[in-house]
Ligand binder design. Structure first.
Ligand SMILES: C[S@@+](CC[C@H](N)C(=O)[O-])C[C@H]1O[C@@H](n2cnc3c(N)ncnc32)[C@H](O)[C@@H]1O
Length: 194
């Protein structure tokens, strides 16, 4: 009885393993909707549940374990390997529209709770209102990094004034040049303190 039960379990596990590792991934190669469903809905949710972690966290762990520190090429190769052989990770989700309209909808439409990193490189007069909007919408957490480009040229004086004087940020300027010139420009890195 026990022998039968154990061999049935082993057989079932073997079938599931073959399905999960080879058959389904091979079958979804030819259909974009099935591929999205399999990778982005089924596999991701199951692994999130089983491991108690998110896909970005699993990717980060793979990089920490396998890539060589200080070697960007090895980091990229590890990410590539993870995406091809372990889990399918798309690098970006492109969202089109005015930032002032999209920021308030980030939670509702895309499930974004808070940002780890925000790169500000759009119209310069939007840096300050969009930063305040990110704050109001609760999209910044302790440690969120805002990196603002071109803070000198064309320049964002109101943004710099705000971010440097606010006790909610720790801010630092990184001097650079406007591309292909010797004109000073720079980036402002600001860490949200909560
Ligand atoms: C200087 S480009 C930089 C784009 C990108 N970061 C890069 O390096 O290629 C600025 C872009 O931001 C877009 N943009 C400006 N203001 C925006 C806003 N309020 N909402 C969304 N996009 C905006 C512009 O249309 C333009 O494509």
């Amino acid at each position: 009885m026990w022998v039968f039960f154990l061999s049935a379990c082993a057989g079932g596990a073997a079938v599931l393993y073959v399905l999960y590792s080879w058959l389904i991934p091979a079958a979804v190669q030819y259909n974009a909707s099935l591929a999205l469903l399999w990778h982005d809905v089924i596999v991701e949710r199951v692994l999130d549940r089983i491991t108690g972690s998110t896909r970005p966290q699993r990717l980060l762990r793979a990089v920490q374990k396998k890539a060589t520190q200080g070697d960007p090429q090895s980091v990229i190769a590890t990410i590539d390997h993870f995406c091809r052989h372990s889990e399918w990770a798309m690098n970006v989700q492109l969202v089109e529209g005015p930032s002032g309209d999209l920021i308030p909808q980030m939670k509702e439409l895309f499930g974004v709770q808070t940002f780890d990193f925000v790169f500000l490189d759009h119209w310069k007069d939007r840096y300050l209102p969009d930063t305040k909007l990110l704050e109001e919408c609760g999209l910044l957490r302790k440690g969120t990094v805002l990196l603002a480009d071109n803070v000198i040229c064309p320049g964002t004086p109101e943004y710099l004034e705000y971010i440097r004087s606010s006790p909610r940020y720790e801010s630092r300027y990184f001097k650079s040049h406007l591309e292909y010139t010797k004109v000073e420009d720079g980036l402002e890195k600001s860490v949200f303190l909560g």
